[in-house]
Ligand binder design. Sequence first.
Ligand code: CTP
Length: 420
Amino acid sequence: MSKTINLASKIEKQLPAELVNFMQAAGEVAAAQGQKLYLVGGVVRDLLLGRTNLDLDLVVEGNAIALARQLITKINRGKITTHPRFNTAKLQWDGWSADLATARSETYAKPGALPSVEPSSIDKDLFRRDFTINAMAIRLTPGHYGELIELYGGRDDLEHRLIRILHEKSFTDDATRIWRGLRYEQRLSFQLEPDTLKLLKRDTPRLDTISGDRTRYELECILQEELPEKVFLRAEELGVLARLHLSLRGNGWLAEKFKQARQLSSPNPPPAELYLPILAYHLTIEENERLISYLRLPKALAQILRDSISLKASLGSLADPELTPSRIYYLIHGYSPPAITANSIAGDSPVARRHIQLFLDKLRYVKPTLTGNDLKRMGIAPGPRIKEILRQLHEARLDGKVTSKKEEMGLVEGWLGKSN
Ligand code: CTP
C-alpha cells in the first residue's frame, strides 16, 4: 500500500487562516453529523502546484444542505444559498465563500446532455470528473485531516505535467471538457497526454452537441485566463476553434492584438467586452450574427460585436489624414466604447488608430457651452432650429472654430444676422 500523504501543513501555509479555520470547523461539524467531508477539485490541484486558489469546493458523503445549515449556525455569520435539486449549498461570510456538494455519480443519457446524478461515495464522485489533476481530494474529517486521496494518478500527472482524462468516454459524456482541457494545458504549460489527445481529436465533432449557453460559459472562462490567446492558438491547431465558428482564427495576429489589449487595459485585465470583438474581428456581418445567436450573447455584448463590425467598415474613411475633428467625431460617435477600442487595436491603419485615439481622449468630451435655453434667450423660437444650431455649434467647437461662450454667441449672432 502506498504511503498516505498529508497536506495539512501545505494548507496552513498556502491558504488564509480564515479558510483554514473554516475547513477545520466544517470537518468537525460533518463528523458530528456522521458525515465525511473532503476538499476537492481545482484547489487541491493548486495546493500541490503551489498556486493561489481560494475557491473552496467541499464534497460531503451524505447531505451537503444539512451540513451547510449547521455550519452557518456554528460560525454564526454569513448566509447560505441552497439548491435542493442538486443537494448543493453555497456559504458566504465576510467576503469569503465555499461551495458544498453532496458526493455523487453521474450518468449521461446522451452525449452533450446534462447528466443524471445520484448520491454516491467520494471515489465515484472523483471518478466522474474531467481530468486526473482535478480528481483528487483532501480529507477534512478530524483524525484524517489533510490526507490526500488520489485514486486516478493525479499526482503523477501533475509531476509529469500531463492533462489526462479518467476514462475513454469522458469527452463524449461532456464535450465542454475539450475546451477545459485546452485551458488547463495552456494555463499550466502542461501537455495533453497522448491517448487523451487522440480521444480529444476523435470527439471534437461532439462539440456540436453542446448548447450555446454552455459554450459561452467556456469562452468566458478562456477569456479570463492570463493569456487567452494561447488557448485559441491551440484550439485552432486542433480543429476545435473551427467548431465554434469556421472563420475564427487563433494565430499570431490574435496573439499580438490580445497583448495590445492587455497593455491598454493595464493594470486591469481586459474584459470580455474588449477581447471578444477582437476575436470576432474578421467575421462578416452575417457570420457575426450567427455567432451572436449561437452563443446567445447578452444584449450589451451582442451590440458591442455589431458596433465593432460596423465601425470596421468606416476605417477606410478614418484613415484619411485630412479628416477634420468633426468628421472624425461623426464617423465614430454612437458606437460603444469597447467596440471603438477594439477597432483601434485591431485596425491596421496607423492614421485611423490616431483618429480613434483622438476621439477617445478628447473629441467625445467636447460640447458647446451654449444650451437650448441660452439660444431661446437669444430670441430663437423653440423647435427644430434650436437643435440644428446646437449641432452646428458642436461642430464648430470640435473643429476649434470657437473656443469660448463669447465666441459661440458671436457665431450664433452672425448666423441669425444672415438669416434675417
Ligand atoms: N468538473 C468536471 N467536469 C466539468 C466541469 C467541472 O469534472 N465539465 C469538476 C472538476 O473536478 C473541477 C471541479 O468540477 O475541478 C470544479 O469545476 P471548476 O470550478 O470549473 O474548475 P476548477 O478546477 O476549480 O478550475 P479553475 O481553476 O479553472 O477554476
